[in-house]
Ligand binder design. Structure first.
Ligand SMILES: NC(=O)c1ccc[n+]([C@@H]2O[C@H](COP(=O)([O-])OP(=O)(O)OC[C@H]3O[C@@H](n4cnc5c(N)ncnc54)[C@H](OP(=O)(O)O)[C@@H]3O)[C@@H](O)[C@H]2O)c1
Length: 286
């Protein structure tokens, strides 16, 4: 098992350097979460969104891990409130006719029950709502939960519009401290947004880091670095992301890849190698 050096402190937040993602695992969710934590993952990402996540099975895994001596406090558990538009209308985990603040409150209670926990380390809004007044009304409900001490950090996902993030930041009583976004070329890899996050103590988490970037993973530069360090290209890319202050998610279902992804957290690239990969991201030649 890896030790606590897996945990970094950013913006006063303790967070694993890489987070295990539980989407699309279905009935294998519990088994895979147990395996991921046993081999060293300390961050777990889920959502109260039955369409894509089996949150109760994440909770079952946490119970099993507790029985084998891994305490709740050792883990960074993140879940999300998913607005109605992101839910399968047949499995909405709250009263869809309730007000937005009530939907948030019900979703959060369901998550706590599903996860067998009294508190959540990070509670994210799964995607921005429009108009902004709806977003703010959801955020206020999230703030109420935070102020009760039940959600230690608040954040937002799928927020690619910096103006929306800035508007939220300015209006928020409890500022967002996490942004979780797809890391892909179409958004320019959120370069401007990430820069702004870094100056506002917001941790940027990436998903689709591997799946959206085969052109990077297959580039001659990544292949050469993989050979140099005797690692795979995925590890080089994860190490690069971590060097940028990004906390990547990995949703691997393979033990070998779990070990590789964890090992990437202790791989240090040289400044030249890092800037070489940064240039690759900006290049439109690949
Ligand atoms: N907020 C959102 O809207 C949102 C959206 C999507 C995802 N997420 C979160 O992000 C998590 C991760 O999702 P993701 O979309 O980034 O993709 P992912 O589920 O991590 O899939 C990445 C792919 O990379 C492979 N992989 C992982 N490690 C590898 C390695 N070392 N070498 C080679 N291949 C490797 C996996 O295959 P193997 O299984 O064979 O290893 C998988 O096919 C999700 O589980 C979820 O928690 C959030």
């Amino acid at each position: 098992m890896q030790n606590q050096s897996e945990i970094i402190t950013t913006a006063g937040a303790e967070m694993a350097k890489i987070i295990y993602g539980t989407a699309w695992k279905k009935e294998r969710t519990a088994e895979l979460v147990i395996q991921a934590v046993k081999v060293g993952f300390r961050g777990i990402d889920t959502a109260c969104q039955p369409k894509h996540y089996a949150e109760p099975l994440v909770g079952a895994a946490l119970m099993a891990l507790k029985s084998s001596g891994i305490k709740r406090e050792e883990l960074f558990i993140q879940t999300k409130f998913t607005p109605l538009s992101g839910q399968d209308q047949n499995t909405v985990p709250y009263d869809k006719n309730a007000s937005l603040p009530m939907q948030v409150a019900q979703s959060f209670e369901t998550s706590k029950t599903n996860l067998n926990t009294k508190y959540i380390d990070s509670f994210l809004l799964h995607s921005p709502l429009s108009p902004f007044s709806d977003l703010l009304s959801v955020w206020r409900a999230m703030e109420t939960i935070h102020k009760r001490g039940e959600a230690l950090r608040l954040g937002i996902s799928n927020c690619y519009d910096l103006e929306v993030l800035q508007h939220l930041y300015n209006e928020a009583d409890i500022k967002p401290s996490i942004v979780q976004n797809r890391f892909y070329r179409d958004s320019g890899y959120d370069a401007t947004l990430r820069e702004w996050c870094a100056t506002h103590n917001i941790v940027y988490q990436s998903f689709w880091s591997l799946t959206a970037n085969p052109h990077i993973l297959e580039s001659k530069e990544l292949i050469a670095l993989a050979m140099k360090y005797r690692k795979c290209e995925a590890q080089i890319f994860f190490a690069y992301l971590i060097s940028q202050g990004i906390v990547p998610l990995s949703g691997t279902t393979s033990l070998e890849h779990m070990l590789q992804d964890l090992e990437a957290t202790s791989l240090t690239l040289t400044p030249d190698e890092i800037s070489g990969i940064s240039s690759l991201l900006l290049s439109d030649k690949l």
